[in-house]
Design a protein around this ligand. Structure first.
Ligand SMILES: [Ca+2]
Ligand SMILES: [Ca+2]
Length: 283
């Protein structure tokens, strides 16, 4: 494209600024439209900047490909407790007793700006359905922007506060768990749970599409995906593993000791880097 025609495509305001200001192209001021007041991540900021620069939004998204995943806004697994600490320190469900299986949990967080409907979505482990599979199917439920849910194994547990099941979501957030939405899988067999030595956990949509999997150890059963939807957790003993940040750019670590506990069901990690508030300027 000729330089002259490219200049013609610039917004009028820019032409005016160019006339009034420096003639050095490197110092020209380019107005960037800001459309609304929302919490966004770097992807959206790049897209807004691209609009101001006359680029296609996809060009900006390509620069941040990790965020530009198929399916758009998706929940992420933020914590897994597969090795329940011994003794009282293992009572993650806060029912007064530690259970090697029943206190296991998976924490899921919605880092996006929109509610995510989870009805029919599943959480499973490595086992086949006829071989002690951990399987939870969500009831009608929406996880709001920035909200977190916790799914306990639930074997022999009496979890305090509002607790949902596969049949019915919790009536309200649970203030015993940082106001997260708490569910129990209500398992009734000690043979159904996460193997400390090696296992994987997958979150799937109602259509069976794998959203995210985490794996630890070396389970014999192969996970359903091997691309970047599969995240390897550190091996831990007597602590959960959690994301370092509540976004896709967070890696997993052994949960540090916080207030004497090595897990935090319902408390998500800090927001991912780059997530910030864009303040509107035009209304
Ligand atoms: Ca317990
Ligand atoms: Ca947590």
């Amino acid at each position: 494209m000729e330089e002259s025609s490219r200049r013609d495509e610039r917004p009028k305001a820019e032409s005016e600024l160019t006339k009034q200001g420096s003639q050095d192209p490197a110092l020209q001021c380019i107005p960037i439209p800001v459309h609304s007041c929302v919490v966004v991540d770097q992807t959206i900021i790049l897209a807004v900047m691209a609009a101001g620069l006359g680029l296609a939004p996809s060009a900006a998204l390509a620069q941040n490909s990790e965020k530009a995943r198929p399916g758009g806004n998706l929940p992420i697994i933020t914590e897994v407790l597969y090795a329940v600490p011994k003794g009282e320190a293992g009572d993650a469900s806060q029912d007064g007793s530690r259970h090697a299986t029943g206190d296991e949990f998976v924490e899921i967080h919605n880092p996006s700006d929109t509610p995510i409907r989870l009805a029919g979505w599943t959480i499973t482990d490595r086992n086949a359905p006829d071989a002690g599979q951990f399987l939870f199917v969500f009831p009608e439920f929406r996880l709001g922007p920035g909200e977190t849910l916790v799914l306990f194994n639930g074997l022999d547990q009496t979890i305090p506060g509002p607790v949902g099941t596969a049949e019915q979501p919790p009536a309200k957030p649970n203030d015993k768990f940082n106001n997260a939405w708490v569910f129990t899988a209500g398992n009734t067999s000690s043979g159904v749970g996460f193997a400390n030595s090696g296992d994987w956990v997958c979150l799937r949509t109602a259509q069976g599409e794998v959203v995210s999997c985490v794996i630890w150890g070396s389970p014999d059963e192969k996970p359903p995906v091997t691309d970047d939807r599969l995240i390897t957790l550190p091996k831990t003993s007597r602590a959960s593993t959690q994301r370092t940040l509540a976004g896709l750019d967070g890696s997993f670590e052994a949960h540090p000791t916080v207030a004497g506990l090595r897990y935090s069901p319902g408390t998500p990690p800090p927001p991912a880097a780059g997530r910030q508030l864009v303040v509107e300027s035009d209304r």
